[in-house]
Design a binder for this molecule. Structure first.
Ligand SMILES: *Cc1c(COP(=O)(O)O)cnc(C)c1O
Length: 447
């Protein structure tokens, strides 16, 4: 063995201790052993509670009672949903907002207003909530998956063009976790190919790209107010758009083909529609909740930046990269990759179990959607076989391969949740402590 000067040896040992040589437990443990992981009988690194959700007080109570007392509980003939829409479009810097019954309804309304149908294709990310897929399939159109940029967890914008065909009617990126997808690249492709860009911003309230809110860049944006989301009215959603014509088409689609109360809305156009209206109770609740969103977003942002700083110090933990144009993430999720090579081979599942035991809630997040029976079964769906034929559906299965996403979902992805980021700075420190402790005892934990 080559002798190394002492100073260089110390440096090497420090780097080794930081992860490269977990095969040297004496280095990894560095003298006095710290407290044991909770899973091995030690104390929890995070013994307290993270903030609860939803957050509310008399403001919400009054908003709900006011609607109750008014006797007008639905938006038709009411003014509360309309007031919410006005406030939302102001805060989000868009010309128009339409409240609808859910985030899924928002996407469905957008696609309905575009008159999407059988034979059409929509390019969507494979790393997303199933609703993004469902709304395409509800229209008997073909969802075409684009693979994931595993560094950011966002759709790989460089994989969009190869997913486009003459049948492509929309490109529908998702700002997953509340962080913006690579909008510059996506907009350039959409512009070049003359295909509308629809932003699934269901997780991305108040997120910004180059200083402008996401959901304002494409033809339309979709937001969700489902209980877990950063803005909550139990269920609910919104369409945002800068196009007067498009918001009218959306209004009609969500209201049985009828225009609204204002003369600007033009009934009678279009041939398909539904009832996807938001109620006045939800409008009131949303107006009340919106008095809190900016402050909550600021807190999440501060904590997320601090957490990233702390986690970047831990080998094998890679916080999701934010693209350069990101001026603000909504931090609906805090996503990072886990590399077991730096944790003595400790499986991601065991790592997650150990972290949960420390009082730090986490999960592995989305699975490989394109491989799940629910999705692959589409190739055998009798309606799809009638519309597209067996050959096209088999080709669709072939086109659905996403190797990067397979790696992310089956080996590396880990999530924390937005409410954890509403905690204190010390909560973030304890999250990092928990991970460091697990790493220190990774060998014992993997047995
Ligand atoms: C939550 C969510 C939806 C659907 O919103 P709902 O209000 O639950 O219908 C759609 N897309 C994404 C990315 C979501 O996270």
């Amino acid at each position: 063995m080559k002798t190394v000067p002492r100073r260089q040896f110390i440096r090497t040992a420090v780097i080794a201790g930081a992860g490269l040589a977990v095969s040297l437990p004496s280095v990894a443990r560095s003298g006095a052993a710290g407290p044991k992981p909770a899973l091995l009988g030690g104390p929890k690194a995070h013994p307290g509670e993270f903030p609860g959700w939803p957050v509310f007080d008399q403001t919400e109570e009054k908003a709900l009672l006011d609607v109750l007392d008014s006797g007008t509980w639905g938006r038709l003939g009411g003014s509360v949903v309309a007031a919410f829409e006005k406030e939302y479009s102001k805060v989000f810097g868009v010309n128009h907002c339409l409240g609808v019954s859910s985030g899924t309804s928002a996407l469905y309304t957008i696609l309905g207003a575009m008159d999407l149908g059988p034979g059409d294709e929509v390019v969507i990310p494979v790393y997303t909530f199933i609703a993004t897929y469902n709304v395409v399939v509800l229209n008997y159109a073909l969802p075409i998956f684009a693979d994931t940029d595993i560094e950011s967890f966002q759709v790989d914008a460089n994989k969009i063009e190869e997913a486009i065909s003459p049948q492509t009617r929309a490109i529908m990126p998702v700002h997953i976790g509340g962080s913006p997808a690579d909008l510059d690249t996506l907009l350039a492709i959409a512009g070049k190919r003359n295909i509308p860009l629809i932003e699934d911003a269901c997780q991305a309230h108040l997120a910004e790209w180059k200083g402008k809110k996401v959901g304002s860049y494409g033809l339309a944006g979709a937001f969700s107010f489902q209980s877990s989301k950063n803005l909550n009215s139990a269920e609910g959603g919104a369409v945002t758009t800068n196009s007067e014509q498009f918001v009218q088409a959306c209004y009609r689609f969500h209201n049985q083909g009828q225009g609204g109360q204002t003369a600007a809305f033009n009934p009678g156009e279009g041939t398909r529609a539904s009832n996807l209206r938001l109620t006045e109770f939800q409008g009131g609740l949303l107006l009340a909740q919106m008095t809190r969103t900016e402050e909550q977003a600021r807190r999440r942002n501060e904590n997320a930046s601090y957490l990233t700083e702390l986690l970047n110090e831990i080998p094998g933990i890679m916080p999701a990269k934010l693209y350069e144009g990101t001026t603000r993430s909504a931090w609906h999720l805090y996503m990072f990759r886990y590399d077991k090579e730096y944790f003595a081979g400790l499986s991601r599942e065991k790592f997650i179990e150990a972290l949960n035991a420390e009082g730090v809630p986490c999960s592995s997040g989305y699975g490989p959607m394109n491989r799940q029976d629910y999705v692959t079964g589409l190739a055998k769906n009798k309606h799809y076989l009638r519309i597209y034929g067996e050959k096209v559906m088999n080709q669709w299965l072939e086109r659905s391969q996403c190797p990067q996403n397979d790696k992310l979902t089956t080996e590396q992805g880990v999530w924390f949740y937005q409410t954890m980021l509403l905690g204190k700075r010390t909560d973030m420190e304890q999250i990092a402590d928990a991970i460091r402790k697990i790493r220190e005892y990774a060998k014992e934990l993997s047995i």
